[in-house]
Design a protein around this ligand. Structure first.
Ligand code: NAD
Length: 322
């Protein structure tokens, strides 16, 4: 692959940030999908940056703070000026549970910054807000994050979670400009594309959109999802059948799935979890190929047909369903 070839950058809402269309999801660095050595983790981040990935996402929840620590080490090892990369982390979800109180999110940011070896994060996101009180997010958490923004330790504020209704609930209730970004996951991929309906609303609010888990957290891979994956058995087996179909044709389902998610430019960055140089190179190559050759529509239509019975099937998440 030519080293001068760089990934497309896309504007993130009104933030002025330009994110690489492929973002580096660092949950695998917390051993969420199986053991990853620190050496592989650091090498993956280095290769990602070299190939034009400038956006890295983590959380204190991933691997009980391990992902933040390893990502911090890897970013430090790049030895490049801080403004060359964009980092988001999260608050409110920890290995010991949820706490969206103002006091905790203010304290947690300093802990995250220490682990990441950074003076500021570009985006701080309330992590999986459907597990908390959405009114607390509106009335307490976001006002606390605004103070952190004023202090300069955080540049932009985000919210994340699975049910799409949480985003409209919060955005309809906070003053305009309070939430800069939403991070949605498992809702803009081949098997579930329901985020699409929300995009015009998010645009009208001036909110940037990050879409995570284009491989549906491992469902759209040849090796299949991890044990803890929450999908129903019928969704798992349909994805397995689609992956097998691709393999029979000499195609890779993960490549097609990533390309599908990247096709919508209203989405600023597609966050994909990576744990090896090989995965980084494959995913960047998939994005480059999409630009030069387009996607394989024939195989894509065949996969869509296999997944049709489970299209847009999701799973419950959180203490309220919006
Ligand atoms: P994903 O759909 O990106 O799948 C990740 C899995 O796919 C990992 O096992 C990874 O090793 C594997 N993989 C990556 N590239 C591959 C390739 N080319 N071929 C085969 N397998 C490949 O799911 P994810 O990691 O959960 O999501 C991406 C990132 O988005 C996370 O790391 C995290 O940063 C973020 N995220 C955030 C939230 C949230 O805030 N609530 C939720 C989900 C994800």
């Amino acid at each position: 692959m030519a080293t001068e070839t760089k990934l497309e950058l896309r504007e993130l809402g009104n933030t002025g940030l330009k994110l690489s269309c492929v973002g580096f999801g660092a949950s695998p660095l917390g051993n969420v999908f199986g053991l990853v050595s620190e050496e592989d983790a650091v090498a993956s981040v280095r290769e990602a940056f070299r190939l034009g990935i400038n956006y890295f996402d983590t959380s204190p929840y991933y691997g009980g703070t391990l992902s933040e620590k390893v990502l911090g080490k890897a970013l430090q090892a790049l030895g490049v000026p801080r403004n060359q990369y964009i980092v988001s982390t999260k608050c409110g979800r920890y290995s010991e549970g949820f706490d969206f109180s103002a006091e905790r999110v203010i304290r947690t940011l300093d802990e995250s910054l220490a682990r990441l070896q950074l003076d500021y994060v570009d985006i701080l996101q309330c992590h999986d807000i459907e597990f908390g009180s959405l009114d607390q997010i509106v009335n307490e958490t976001i006002p606390a994050l605004k103070k952190l923004k004023e202090s300069g330790k955080v540049r932009f504020i985000g919210i994340t979670g699975l049910p799409l209704g949480i985003f409209t609930y919060v955005l309809d209730r906070v003053p305009p400009g309070s939430v800069d970004v939403i991070l949605s996951y498992c809702h803009y991929g081949i098997n579930d594309s329901t985020l699409e309906d929300l995009l015009p609303y998010l645009k009208s609010k001036g909110v940037g959109v990050i879409s995570a888990s284009p491989l549906a957290m491992g469902l759209l891979t040849e090796s299949g999802p991890p044990e803890w994956h929450p999908a129903l058995p019928e969704l798992k087996s349909a994805c397995q059948a689609a992956a097998a179909h691709c393999k029979e044709k000499g195609k890779n389902i993960s490549k097609l799935a990533l390309q599908y998610s990247l096709s919508n430019k209203e989405i600023s960055s597609v966050l994909i979890g990576m744990n090896s140089i090989k995965q980084v190179e494959e995913n960047v190559a998939a994005a480059m190929e999409l630009v030069t050759a387009g996607k394989d529509d024939e195989t894509f239509l065949e996969i869509e047909a296999i997944l049709k019975p489970v299209k847009n099937q999701t799973w419950p998440s959180g203490i309220q369903q919006s």
